[in-house]
Ligand binder design. Structure first.
Ligand SMILES: C[S@@+](CC[C@H](N)C(=O)[O-])C[C@H]1O[C@@H](n2cnc3c(N)ncnc32)[C@H](O)[C@@H]1O
Length: 340
């Protein structure tokens, strides 16, 4: 087994917030101390091998302490301790020299480091002003990082990206989003970025595993199939990449994570609907009362008879329920019954 595969098996025990801020804090158990010592050896080996500074457990604590910070739950601050996973995240997005990458929530900069080392120009959007300052200072000499202290959900992504693409002369290549995001803004981030296939080619996210499965694997006729699945498939080709056990984060969350890549469709490849607003409003209405047949739940759009006729003309049962329709079925149904 080579040293890098040893690193990937490394687990990191949780530590209390008070211990984090305590200068003289010592691990409570011998076994914990051994695990942590191994983590440091591993990090030293990989930094010797790759000339990258490691973002291991101790480096993360040190970085946080330098700003007098401890992880905030409200901001979903679970920092990545395993640089191999950051390498794999960047690898999943195929990051290469000259790419423009938007990173959401750089935190201490462990992923930012990998992205910059891959030759990308990074626009990092960080809500926590202390972490934004930390990451700016850390990479101040790179000349390839711009940090915005903003909430990504309220950020004017398009205008920031267009000024960046202009200034870095990369008009021909689309940008990418690569991020380990707080779990509580996953849906907002997906709704914000998936319809941006005109400026981004892919969005690679580290999500809560359950969310990752729900977005990518949920299939027809299962209780998990929801309007968000129709949305995701409308704008992208999603792929579940790999699971990331919770032990790789500090502090350790209560759930595992997983990496998902969304290859964004260019607008010319979106399914043809008269209006996306009216399409998604139809899909949402269909799922509002999931147990109801579409001929009932869509009666605010047209009569039950018209819905039955539309369903049978596209090869579906007149009694169909929403969880039985693929994206393509919804598109056909909408185009037959929509009034706009
Ligand atoms: C899960 S941590 C990941 C940190 C770092 N990328 C890593 O992998 O260790 C999430 C980061 O997102 C930041 N954050 C939380 N909510 C945000 C928001 N709405 N907009 C931008 N950044 C946010 C947090 O402050 C934190 O730094």
């Amino acid at each position: 087994m080579n040293p890098s595969s040893l690193c990937s098996l490394q687990t990191f025990p949780p530590i209390s917030h008070s211990a984090l801020l305590n200068r003289h804090c010592k691990p409570a158990y011998d076994s914990t101390a051994r695990v942590r010592r191994r983590a440091v050896v591993c990090a030293e080996r990989s930094s010797r091998a790759s000339t990258r500074s490691a973002d291991d457990y101790y480096a993360t604590l040190k970085a946080l302490k330098s700003k007098g910070r401890f992880p905030r739950k409200s901001l979903g601050q679970h920092y990545m301790l395993n640089s191999e996973i950051n390498d794999q995240l960047a690898g999943a997005a195929g990051i290469e020299q000259g790419d423009i990458v938007l990173e959401i929530g750089p935190g201490t900069g462990s992923l930012t480091n990998v992205l910059l080392n891959s030759g990308a120009f990074v626009l990092a959007v960080e809500k926590d002003k202390h972490m934004a300052a930390l990451v700016s200072e850390r990479f101040s000499s790179s000349g390839k990082l711009k940090v915005l202290t903003e909430d990504i959900v309220k950020c004017h992504v398009r205008s920031h990206m267009s000024s960046l693409v202009g200034s870095t002369n990369s008009e021909s290549r689309k940008a990418k989003v690569v991020a380990n995001i707080p779990f509580n803004i996953s849906t907002d981030v997906i709704k914000l970025f998936l319809p941006m296939g005109d400026i981004f080619s892919e969005v690679v996210l580290l999500l809560q595993e359950e969310t990752a499965v729900r977005l990518v694997v949920s299939s027809l006729r299962t209780p998990e199939y929801r309007p968000i699945n129709v949305f995701v498939n409308f704008y992208s080709e999603p792929e579940y990449k790999f699971k990331v056990p919770r032990t790789n984060f500090f502090p350790q969350p209560n759930v595992d994570a997983a990496v998902v890549s969304f290859k964004l469709k260019p607008p010319s490849e979106y399914p043809h609907v008269s209006s996306t607003k009216s399409f998604f409003s139809t899909v949402n209405s269909a799922f509002n009362e999931k147990r109801k047949m579409l001929r009932k739940s869509l009666q605010h759009i047209c009569t039950a008879l018209e819905i039955e006729e539309a369903l049978t003309s596209i090869g579906l049962l007149a009694t169909s329920r929403p969880e039985e329709l693929t994206l393509d079925d919804f598109v056909k149904l909408h185009n037959m019954i929509a009034k706009d």
